[in-house]
Design a protein around this ligand. Sequence first.
Ligand code: SF4
Length: 259
Amino acid sequence: MRPVARHHHLKLARLNGRPEVFYSIQGEGKSLGWPSIFVRTSLCNLHCVWCDTDYTWNWKGTRFPHRNDARPGYQKFDKKDWIAECRVDEVAAMVTDFPCHNVILTGGEPMIQQPALTDLMAVLREKSDRYRFEVETNGTLLPSEAFDAAIDQYNVSPKLENSGNGRKLRERPAAYRFFASSPKANFKFVVADPADLEEVLGLIDRFGIAPEKVWLMPEGSTRQTLARRRKWLVDICKDYGFRYTDRLHVQIWGSKKGV
Ligand code: SF4
């Protein structure tokens, strides 16, 4: 077993001047409604045009398009202002401050930083064996053996064409196959238009994803958009035996971050 490196550094998202570690409620997918501590890592290997955590990757000097580009005053982010480098033991201390043991590693794409996150999970489990860990991932990266052993639940959200990422970048067969066969994984597809369904069905078929592992979620970061898309998406779920998930945090807080 590799030794735990407490002084390993994690690149966390920095929001309102602080590393983004907060206590809230899981707003999407399989664990919807579960009070949870969120540890938001910075950096992502994809660049979704509708990403609502674009402050983790849409850096000044890059050319990735984002749908907010048309919004007056929208600017790309200055890396030095939006990344907080924290030691593993510092992040563990932030987590143990909250009265909760369900921890959600989110991003950005947290699996870019597997070694430091594996250490974080080990340090927290030393403090209490009640800790339970979920990771929100875009499903493009394979877990290491140590990361896989530590994680309890993979919430895999493969990106579709509507994300604006090229297919080679977003669709990684070896990783998708791993998650399709992992008993710890569930899949959440973000659907913006009924036409996206064909693509979802193609992925499910190609990678052997069982329907009971599939959640469909409307794309949208406002209550109005979710309301518009909810009805036809529920009908699709009924037709195919998939589960529907809303975005509870958008319903409660709108597009406010870090709540
Ligand atoms: S994969 Fe997730 S964090 Fe990365 S750009 Fe897409 S939505 Fe944003």
